[in-house]
Design a protein. Structure first.
Length: 377
């Protein structure tokens, strides 16, 4: 596959989503330059992984809203399916396995004991489960268009956490992005015409807004904590290390969701939920199944882009998917797209472009530095 060999050798600074959501971060890395594949094959792989990421993220969000619209009401089941499809990632692990046996080790740092790594996986997995639960509440109480635009605020939170935890520079472009995304989310929070879905009270709308905002902040925190783990504990990031981080944290999050499902008593309502599902029992099962698969298809796109291009490119494409979802929400769920939402969307896209351009500048500078080092060595 494209990218085998050269990109496996490369040490990078990356932030990767523990669940299948769209990930956005700031990195300073250059993509692998030594891929032996032909240019058209490389571009084909890039295009395919972009499609996986955008389609998976869009489909999973829309299917999650469909589940609630058709009569589903279990927040814990909605949380469970966000990570339950993690075995799909073993396919990516097989397809992108390194050619050289020496690159298959998941940890190159002898000081990083198995118990320490396991503890990190458990803690991150539990945080991911809590984050997914907040997202589930947000999707229940908000229109898809509003929900997706609020999720774009994760870029602003990512900038703050990266500055505090990862020594990321707070440049004028990033500051501009933070301000725009904050205003965008604030507009949606005070917009009376976007007050939730049908039969949702204003109080629940406010709760959905707060929880979605909190979930975006928590998600950004997870990304920064993962980067700290790569830099301070594992001290190396190869494709296999990144993929293992996703698989094992998703496994822990899935177990935590199952515990929550049974502890809350929601498991008792699932059979009745299936019977009252408007589009039928088969549709109920297929909705949950394809929601889980869609989240993991997005994950395959994330790790695929990291492997064949760079984490920088992967994170930019992840964020690009967010403004696309409201368009489909208007088509399939007839969400209102009033003036306030359009302005909020334009501000979110502007904030995204500002942040993305900063990533481009950082990546270009990194490439130039790497080229100078190679010339002098």
């Amino acid at each position: 596959m494209a990218g085998d060999g050269g990109s496996n050798q490369e040490e990078v600074q990356i932030q990767i989503a523990g669940s299948s959501k769209a990930a956005s971060s700031s990195t300073n890395e250059a993509p692998a330059q030594s891929s032996p594949v032909k240019p058209w094959q490389w571009w084909l792989m890039v295009t395919l992984n972009m499609f996986f990421l955008i389609a998976g993220q869009t489909a999973s969000t829309l299917l999650g809203r469909f589940y609630y619209n058709q009569g589903g009401n279990s927040k814990w089941m909605s949380t469970f399916v966000q990570t339950a499809g993690f075995p799909v990632l073993f396919i990516a692990q097989f397809l992108f396995r390194p050619k050289s046996p020496s690159t298959q080790t998941t940890t190159s740092n002898p000081e990083a004991s198995g118990s320490k790594i396991t503890l990190i996986y458990i803690v991150l997995g539990l945080i991911i489960a809590a984050d997914d639960l907040m997202y589930s509440y947000g999707l229940l109480y908000l229109p898809v268009s509003t929900y997706s635009l609020i999720c774009a605020s994760q870029l602003a939170f990512n900038a703050v956490f990266s500055y505090v935890l990862n020594a990321q520079k707070f440049t004028p472009l990033i500051f501009n992005s933070v301000v725009l995304l904050t205003f965008s989310a604030s507009l949606l929070g005070v917009d009376e015409d976007s007050q939730g879905t049908n039969d949702i009270s204003q109080g629940k709308h406010i709760l959905g807004f707060v929880l979605t905002l909190g979930a975006s902040a928590t998600y950004s925190l997870i990304l920064s904590l993962m980067q700290v783990t790569f830099e301070k504990v594992i001290k190396r990031e190869t494709f296999s290390v990144v993929l293992n981080m996703q698989i094992y944290t998703a496994f822990v999050a899935t177990l935590a969701s199952l515990v929550g499902l049974f502890a809350s008593g929601e498991w008792k309502t699932l059979e009745g939920e299936m019977h009252v599902f408007s589009s039928g029992k088969l549709s109920y099962v297929m909705t949950l199944l394809w929601t889980a698969i869609s989240w993991q298809i997005a994950s395959v796109g994330v790790v695929g882009l990291i492997f064949v291009v760079s984490s920088l490119f992967s994170n930019v494409i992840s964020t690009l998917a967010l403004p696309i979802i409201p368009v489909f929400a208007v088509i399939f769920f007839h969400d209102k797209m009033d003036g306030i939402k359009i302005i909020a969307m334009m501000m979110a896209i502007w904030g995204f472009m500002s942040y993305g351009y900063q990533l481009y500048v950082d990546d270009k500078k990194s490439r130039k530095t790497s080229a100078s080092v190679e010339e002098n060595s």
